[in-house]
Design a protein around this ligand. Structure first.
Ligand code: HEM
Length: 156
C-alpha cells in the first residue's frame, strides 16, 4: 500500500514537461473551487472537451494580449495556465476531467488582482465562450459557478 502511495505521490502532476516548476502541493479536485454540474448538458453546451479546449486557448490568448489585465499575466506560465484552466473548466462542466492544479487562493496569491480585473476577466471569458457559440444561458450558468471564487482571487 505504501509503495502504491509513494508511486502516486511521485507522479503528482506539479508541472508537466514544457511547464515551469511550481512548489509541490497535493492535487485535489476540490481545488477547482466548485462542485461540478451533473449530467452532460453543460458539457454538450460547451462542445465537449474539444470545445472547452478551444475556449480556454482563446480565453488565455485574449487575457495575455489584453490592454487592461494583460500585464498581470505577463511572465506567467501560459502552457501551464492553458492546461490547468482546461482541467478546471472541464471538471466543473462535468466533461470528464480531473483537476490537478492549485487551489484558487494559492494560485492568485500576491498577483494583486482587483475587483475591476475580475470584471474584465469575466468579459474576456464571455467573448471566448460567445465565439465558440455557447448559449447565453449556459454561459451564465457556468459564470455562476466561478463567481464565488472571486473571494479567493481578489486581493484583500
Ligand atoms: C473565478 C475567476 C478565476 C478562475 C476560475 C481562475 C483560474 C485559474 C487557474 C486554474 C489557474 C492555474 C492554477 C495553477 O497553476 O495550478 C490560475 C492562475 C492564474 N490566474 Fe486565475 N483565475 C481566475 C481569476 C483571475 C483573474 C481575475 C486574474 C487576473 C486578472 C487571474 C490571473 C491569473 C494568473 C496571472 C495566473 C498564473 C499564476 C502563476 O503563474 O503562478 N486569474 N487561475
Amino acid at each position: 500500500m505504501s509503495i502504491i502511495l509513494s508511486l502516486l505521490l511521485l507522479q503528482a502532476p506539479y508541472a508537466l514537461p514544457g511547464e515551469a516548476a511550481v512548489d509541490p502541493y497535493v492535487a485535489d479536485n476540490r481545488h477547482a473551487g466548485a462542485v461540478p454540474f451533473t449530467g452532460d448538458g453543460m458539457a454538450k453546451a460547451f462542445g465537449g472537451q474539444d470545445g472547452i479546449r478551444r475556449i480556454v486557448d482563446r480565453f488565455v490568448a485574449i487575457n495575455f494580449a489584453d490592454p487592461v489585465i494583460g500585464e498581470i499575466f505577463a511572465n506567467h506560465d501560459k502552457v501551464r495556465l492553458k492546461r490547468t484552466l482546461f482541467e478546471q473548466f472541464c471538471f466543473i462542466l462535468n466533461a470528464g476531467c480531473t483537476y490537478s492544479g492549485r487551489d484558487m487562493a494559492s494560485a492568485h496569491k500576491d498577483l494583486g488582482v482587483q475587483k475591476a480585473d475580475m470584471n474584465r476577466l469575466v468579459e474576456t471569458l464571455q467573448r471566448a465562450m460567445s465565439e465558440e457559440g455557447v448559449s447565453f444561458q449556459a454561459q451564465n450558468r457556468f459564470l455562476s459557478k466561478l463567481a464565488p471564487m472571486r473571494h479567493d482571487v481578489i486581493e484583500k
